[in-house]
Structure formats: C-alpha cells, structure tokens
Design a protein around this ligand. Structure first.
Ligand code: RNT
Ligand code: ZN
Length: 415
C-alpha cells in the first residue's frame, strides 16, 4: 500500500509537487454538506409538498423521516468522507420538542439546539439557509418579491429570524456561519412587469439586512438562478440582480453551477468574482440537461472549478458547499459519492504544476500547455487519494459501499 504512495510522491516531486504539503492542505479544506439530500428536501416543519420550482425524483426506500434518523444517516455518511466538514442546514429542519411549534417567521435559536449539540460533538461548524419554499405563505410562487404585503413581510420576518439563528450557530460552534438566501420567486409565462418584483425583492433584502448582525461571525450570501420548474420565463433573483445586490450591500455572491445556461460554466466565473469580492460562495452540483441536481461526479467541470479555486490561491476565500438531491439511489451513498468526488477534484487540482502550465500560457506555447494537461491526467493521482483516505482513517476504495449496503439492510429498510 505505502509503496504506491512512495512511488507517486517521487513522480510528483519531479514536476515540483510536494505531496506531503498537498495532503495537509487538502485535509483542511472545509466542504459543507447539505442535510437536505438525506430526506429529499422534506424537512421537519412543513406539511406542504416540495415547492419552489425544484424537484427530487425517485422513491428509493429508507429515507430519514425524523431528526434522529437524519443525524444517524449523516454520521454514517461523514464516516466515509475524508477531510474537514461543515453541516449545512435549512430552516425547515428546525426541531420542535414537546408538541411545540413555531412558524417560519417565529423561529428561534432554541429550535436548532439539537443541531448545535450534534455539530459541537463532531467538532463542526454549521451553515444555514432560510427556507422560502414548501410553505403555505408562498403565494403564487412568490415570497420576498410578493406584491401582497402580508406575504412579503412574513418572509422578511423569516429572513431576520434566520440571521439571528446563524449568529447563534457561529457563537456556539466558534466557526463562522454562511447563511444563504435563495428565493424561488418567478413566473411561468412572460410577465407584464419585470421591474417591480425585483424592486420588492431589493426592498425586502434591505429590510432583512438592516437588522445589525456580527459580520465576523455571519457571512450572508445571495444565490442567483436562471429558471425553475413552472417558473421558466422569469426569475426575480437572476444572476445580474444577485451580483449587483451583493456588490451594493457588501455581501457575498453565491453561484450554484446548475443555475446557468447549459454552455455557461461556473469555473470561468470564479476568477472574475474573486477579483471583485473578498469572499465568494459555491453550491457544487451536477446539472444534467437542466438544473437536475444530480450527484456530483469527478467530471471535467468539477475539476475545472477546483482548479480555479486552487490556482487563484483562493481556498480561504471560497465557501464550498454541495447542493444536489437524488431520491432514486441510496441517499447516504449519494452524499458520500458527491463529497468524495469534490474532494478528489480539489486533490487533482493541487497536484498540478500550475506555475509551469501558466508559464506555457504566458509564452504562448499552447502545444506544450495542451500536451502537459493531457499527460498529467494519467499521473498516479489515485495513489495519493488512497494515502489521504488512509491518513484520515477513512476507507479508500469502493468497499465503503458494502458497509452502506449493510446499513441499508439493517437500518434503512426497517424504517
Ligand atoms: C435551488 C437552489 C437552492 C436549493 C436549496 C435546497 O435551485 O439551488 O440552493 O437547492 O436551498
Ligand atoms: Zn443551490
């Protein structure tokens, strides 16, 4: 086993890569795991079906239906993920005890106490998301941009409540909390007015952000989108709106790589945003033909996203989270596969001699650039990955799946 790594270490050192330094750096990159893959974005507070123009498809057995089940499944998933992790929660995952209930606009830190305990025991930070969907107060597919003042103000109160909860997460865990605002608002068909909904969205965000919060503890991010299911013609929180708003308010833009036209790539957008923002945030997903939220694979765009983060030397400036939901396969395996693939992509990026490749570009030696890029794909990257997993005490090869299958039989199928 070790020989494989020693051999790889030598090969990489010949192109100027110190694999020991890479292994250390890789372990320290935090990936935020989205709790909502565990139960098909259902949550614990809603009596409503999933709405907001997003969809999970499939009916694989054994999904988590209680906080304890979701926590158990998360633990199982974490045990196959090498490297630093964070837990990403949605407001709809509030845990109510003793028959108590609070609506979204009245949520309090105490409704997330159990999650804080969970995170603290595992030495993790928590990220957060207000939930502007799957709720009766989403009227005509609108929330913060609604012309109905009752609706709009309800969701403003929700946003304010969530920032307080984010602050609580950061104070309790000692790790800053990224709170991401994404609203589904939009229209199925051609609107008569594209301006007023955006003006109301702006006003709502202004109101939410006018409540003071500790900027060293809470990073507010704003996620744009191109369209949703049933909302194909107009999206209030478009790319231009969200980028401009983030800039105007000094908050952090978030790009989900499922939220652009099919030939646009987020990898190309990363350096532009890094030039103008102290921090940026990502939702890494895999879009198949549309914003389908398939499990992240070790594909070219995931690698390219990782390369941009690494070669822009921006590992400490990019908040990296996952966002996908597949209900057609084992949900724990879905978490594990996507997270390992994103980590592999980061490793792959760290094992490239960026100095040499950049030099070829600057010298206009594009033959060399292409040739090297292709040859480096066959370098013994897998052996470094194995070593990384071994050092992290995590199964390195595909045998993790046998254990998840066992858990499926013993636990999931009995639910
Ligand atoms: C929807 C956005 C958003 C959601 C989560 C559940 O298109 O990507 O991030 O997926 O908030
Ligand atoms: Zn997203």
């Amino acid at each position: 086993m070790n020989n494989r790594y020693e051999y790889a270490k030598e090969i990489y050192s010949k192109i100027g890569i110190d694999t020991e330094a890479v292994l250390k750096k890789l372990a320290d990159v935090s990936i935020s795991l989205h709790c909502w893959q565990g139960d098909d974005v259902t949550g614990f507070d809603s009596r409503e079906a999933l709405s907001g123009g997003i969809q999970t498809t499939g009916n694989y057995p054994g999904k988590a239906t209680t906080p304890q089940e979701l926590m158990d499944d998360l633990d199982k998933a974490f045990s196959y993920m090498p490297g630093k992790k964070k837990l990403n929660l949605h407001a709809s995952y509030a845990i109510f005890e003793d028959g108590e209930f609070a609506d979204r606009d009245a949520l309090e830190p105490k409704h997330f106490k159990k999650w804080v305990e969970f995170a603290k025991e595992r030495n993790m930070g928590i990220d957060f998301n207000p939930t502007f969907f799957s709720h009766a107060m989403v009227k005509d597919n609108l929330t913060l941009s609604s012309p109905d003042e009752n609706v709009r103000s309800f969701w403003v109160r929700h946003g304010i409540a969530c920032i307080k909860i984010a602050e609580y997460f950061a104070s309790e865990t000692g790790v800053p909390c990224v709170i991401n605002f994404w609203i589904p608002d939009g229209y199925k068909d051609i609107p008569a007015d594209r301006y007023a909904p955006r003006a109301r969205f702006k006003k709502s965000l202004d109101e939410i952000l006018s409540v003071p919060y500790d900027k060293s503890k809470v990073y507010v991010t704003l996620e744009s989108k191109v369209f949703g299911i049933g909302l194909e013609s107009y999206t209030v929180g478009s790319a231009e709106f969200c980028l401009s708003y983030s800039d105007y308010k000094g908050i952090t833009p978030l790009m989900d790589n499922g939220h652009y036209h099919p030939t646009e790539v987020v990898s190309d957008k990363i350096p532009s945003l890094l030039l103008f923002n102290e921090k940026i945030a990502l939702h890494v997903t895999r879009a198949v033909r549309w914003d389908s939220d398939h499990v992240v694979t070790f594909d070219d765009e995931t690698k390219e996203i990782a390369k941009e983060i690494v070669r822009c030397d921006a590992l400490d400036r990019v908040f990296i989270a996952l966002d996908y939901f597949d209900a057609s396969i084992n949900r724990i395996a879905a978490w594990v596969i996507g997270t390992r693939n994103l980590r592999k992509a980061l490793l792959f990026a760290m094992l490239l001699p960026h100095y040499e490749l950049r030099k070829a570009q600057d010298e206009a030696d594009f033959t060399k650039l292409l040739a090297l890029n292709e040859e480096y794909k066959l370098y013994p990257f897998a052996d470094v990955w194995h070593e990384f997993c071994n050092r992290e005490g995590v199964i390195a090869d595909e045998s993790w799946l046998d254990e998840i299958k066992e858990y499926e039989n013993d636990v999931l199928l009995k639910r």
